[in-house]
Design a protein around this ligand. Structure first.
Ligand code: 13P
Length: 252
């Protein structure tokens, strides 16, 4: 059966020193918390990966990047490839975050390439999808999310798809303090699972973890995670404080 997962997305926050400190705190909190019921992952800036990999217990706390390049190597100044990410010891990579799509022009085609390169390196993609407010309001949100999945992921075979974690992040809920209701999240997550089942069959769909992201915090996590198709969260702002992040981890 699918895993329950709480993953932090630190975005462009923390200096190296602050990041190492935060990672140590989360690692320590997990070591001293009994009965953690989910996998816990932190996705951190590239600059932090190799050092944080050395200060955390990876059996307890997974480590991921927030992006990787759409090329394997070569003359792409400033880019960081999937093999480079893997060589730091990281096991996960967030791909297709709405901030990457919106501010850096990442298209479904580019994301398809990134997913393939990440999988080839043995990285687990945490693939983000989600509609903007206008699409929520005009009722096209289900179609929008379906298309995002189809365009970037449906070239994968079932075995490859089985390695993907999905994160539904309604753009209108990211960093706004406005969370999707538990019913809105459940409607979308159940729909996503059906889209997967129609393509890859019920077993693959039932085994796919689908996380919710967007202003998830200790006060609303338990209600969201109680929904049958919500398998955890991808946490932005609240992952930057150990106590808040652990509050969400402990919501399971
Ligand atoms: P917030 O939790 O800050 O709304 O961010 C969500 C997010 O974008 C995680 O990837």
């Amino acid at each position: 059966m699918r895993k329950k997962i709480v993953a932090g997305n630190w975005k462009m926050n923390t200096t190296l020193e602050e990041g190492v400190q935060l990672a140590k705190e989360v690692n320590e909190a997990l070591a001293t918390t009994e009965g953690v019921k989910c996998d816990v992952v932190i996705c951190v800036p590239f600059t932090h990966l190799a050092i944080i990999n050395q200060v955390i217990d990876k059996d307890r706390l997974g480590l991921g990047a927030e992006n990787c390049a759409d090329h394997l190597k070569g003359a792409y100044t400033g880019e960081v490839s999937a093999p480079m990410v893997a060589s730091t010891g990281a096991n996960y990579v967030i791909l297709g975050h709405s901030e990457r799509r919106q501010y850096y022009g990442e298209t479904p085609e580019i994301l398809k390439t990134k997913v393939n390169l990440a999988l080839e390196e043995g990285l687990t993609p945490i693939f983000c999808i989600g509609e903007v407010l206008e699409q929520r309001e005009d009722g096209s949100y289900l179609d929008v999310v379906k298309a995002q999945i189809e365009e970037s992921l449906f070239d994968l075979d079932a075995e490859q798809f089985g390695k993907i974690i999905l994160a539904y992040e309604p753009v209108w809920a990211i960093g706004t303090g406005k969370t999707a209701t538990d019913d809105q999240a459940q409607e979308m997550h159940a729909f996503i699972r059906k889209v997967i089942a129609d393509k890859y069959g019920k077993e693959v769909a039932d085994n796919t973890s689908i996380l919710y992201g967007g202003s998830c915090k200790p006060s609303n996590a338990a209600q969201l995670f109680a929904k049958p198709d919500v398998d955890g969260g991808l946490i932005g702002g609240a992952s930057l404080k150990c106590a808040d992040f652990m509050g969400i981890v402990n919501a399971f």
